[in-house]
Design a protein around this ligand. Structure first.
Ligand code: NG1
Ligand code: ZN
Length: 541
């Protein structure tokens, strides 16, 4: 048919390089931009079209490689509610990406026939709609050409949003699909995104004061121009305002992206970007290359660096939300919980359970797992230690908060603040810019410095190492990746190592994004955490 011929013709410039194997992983497809990603993106265009028809909704495509080096790129799909692509479709995307050009049209037809069994007749008439955006990488515009070629081949209507942060694209998708519904998320435009956030920020601030300024390292990525745009919408005075200093905002030299800066650099190197000249005690934070990760940090008088990572942001948010629901008088109706992965520091988990007295759920690595677990609470706070996370409010929570009748001015303000939190915190996906504003208002409410925040509990010393092994597929983990069930005997050995240390905890799991096995260890002293990590690494080598 014409359609199939158009697919075959459209993909001609994008052959699959020989002996390449692609996989839709936890972060979509990711690779060197010149390693056949154009072919992969063309197939993603087809998947997006099929998915849009299947769900009868707008689907999003984001072209980014997040915190990875500047010459990498990648692509991920966004489902109708602004969440990540449903897991069962990851396999379909993988199959299509690995299909050579001469078989692609047929593969697309098969895919449509298989996934849309009952709907098939209406399907061909059903319009599909796709929206997409990209980060600042140099390869972005070319990859967009490949995506458009696929969408044109299958006659899909599309909107190109140009440059956006990953969370902004998720926001657009959710807005478009909820337009004129009782679950309307906002106006599907950049302006709509900034206005929603700024309005919520002003409401929660309620005349409080944010101490000093906040320095934001934007990883020389798309977060820089977007944050500068948001600043225009935010109040700036001493009372109720915020003073944001944007640094590492060079999006003109593409090679500067994520280079010695950004959230991943700060988290893994445990130090501030070298070009920083912040003063002791200054509040600093870093975003990653597509602005969905956030970490805070400061240097004290003795020049010691202190990191406040995703675990800390989660506990900060949970403390605030637990307090607010209590003041608002809705705490009895709402179950608040925190979701972490095994990489969360043991001290953070203990603090949540013993001091905050809130439940903790541990899930496997990968934001989609945390997101789903958080959705089971009324207020679910989830963060990976690396700084990716958000807070989810259930329909029950939103109803309880919006319908509660305040009995005092204090209750009224608490209820208004909770309502504003629902808008300030990006409910679709972890959003570094929104998380940063949230952390800033919480610190202002508590009159906390970063040191006060850090003193809520003291992290256990820990060590993360990547171990190269022959075949990482033999490492099968269970119990939220905290235990190995294969190879046989390995877990028993790890257990024996842990028992030798005070507060010793360690686990090994195959990475989902790199060809390594990661070993995490913590113990009551730094030397011991390092020794334990080295011992466990020996076990799995
Ligand atoms: P892997 O490579 O599976 O450990 C890493 C991060 C995850 C998550 C994913 C997706 C660690 C230890 N792991 O996963 O938290 O962010 O990448 O980007 O940081
Ligand atoms: Zn990212």
């Amino acid at each position: 048919s014409d359609l199939l011929a158009a697919i075959t013709k459209g993909v001609e410039p994008y052959p699959i390089p020989e002996r390449k194997k692609y996989q839709y992983g936890t972060a979509g497809f990711r690779m060197k931009a010149n390693a056949g990603l154009d072919h992969v993106i063309y197939t993603v265009g087809l998947i997006a079209a099929a998915r849009s028809k299947k769900r009868n909704a707008t689907i999003g495509v984001m072209i980014t490689a997040s915190h990875n080096p500047a010459d990498d790129n990648g692509v991920k799909l966004v489902d109708p509610m602004g969440d990540m692509l449903e897991q069962s479709w990851e396999g379909l995307a993988t199959t299509l990406a690995n299909t050579p050009n001469d078989k692609l049209a047929k593969a697309y037809e098969d895919l449509v026939n298989e996934t849309l069994v009952d709907e098939i007749r209406q399907l061909h008439e059903r319009p599909a709609k796709v929206v997409f955006a990209r980060d600042t990488r140099a390869s972005g515009p070319y990859l967009v050409t490949a995506l458009k070629a696929a969408l044109d081949a299958v006659n899909v209507e599309y909107t190109d949003y140009g440059l956006l942060t990953t969370p902004q694209l998720h926001y657009m998708v959710r807005c478009i699909n909820t337009l004129n519904s009782p679950y309307a998320f906002g106006e599907p435009s950049e302006k709509g995104y900034y206005e929603k956030m700024a309005h919520a920020f002003k409401t929660i601030m309620h005349g409080r004061t944010i101490q000093g300024h906040i320095t934001v390292d934007c990883a020389n990525g798309v977060g820089a121009p977007k944050l500068k745009e948001l600043i225009k919408y935010l109040p700036s005075g001493k009372e109720g305002g915020i003073d944001i200093k944007v640094v590492n905002d060079d999006v003109v030299r593409p090679e500067a992206l994520n280079l010695e800066c950004g959230a991943d650099y700060v988290k893994t190197k445990q130090r501030a970007p070298p070009n920083f000249n912040a003063q002791p005690g200054d509040r600093c934070c870093s975003l990653d290359g597509d602005a969905d990760r956030l970490v805070y940090y400061y240097t004290d008088e003795s020049k010691t660096f202190h990191l406040l990572d995703g675990d800390r942001i989660a506990t900060l948010g949970a403390v605030f939300l637990a307090d607010m629901t209590r003041v608002a008088g809705v705490d009895q109706k709402l179950k608040i919980g925190i979701v972490q992965t095994a990489y969360a520091n043991g001290a953070a988990t203990e603090y949540v359970e013993k001091v905050l007295k809130l439940p903790v759920t541990i899930t496997p690595t990968g934001v989609k797992h945390l997101h789903h677990a958080a959705a089971r609470y009324d207020i679910g706070v989830y963060f990976e230690a690396n700084g990716h996370g958000t807070v989810l409010f259930s329909d029950n929570a939103i109803k309880a908060i919006k319908e509660a009748v305040p009995k005092s001015p204090g209750q009224k303000h608490a209820l208004e603040s909770l309502c504003a939190c629902i808008d300030l915190i990006n409910q679709a996906v972890g959003d570094a810019i929104s998380d940063m504003l949230f952390a800033e208002v919480v610190l202002a409410h508590k009159s906390w410095t970063l040191e006060n925040w850090r003193n809520t509990y003291i992290d256990l010393p820990n060590r993360l190492v990547a171990v190269a092994v022959n075949d990482r597929s033999i490492f099968k983990a269970t119990d939220a990746e905290r235990r190995l069930e294969s190879p046989k005997g390995a877990q028993e050995e790890i257990d024996r190592c842990c028992q030798m240390y005070v507060k010793g905890r360690a686990f090994a799991r195959a990475s989902g994004t790199e060809d390594v096995v990661r070993v995490y260890a913590e113990a009551h002293s730094k030397t011991e955490a390092e020794k334990l990590a080295a011992q466990v690494a020996e076990v799995i080598k």
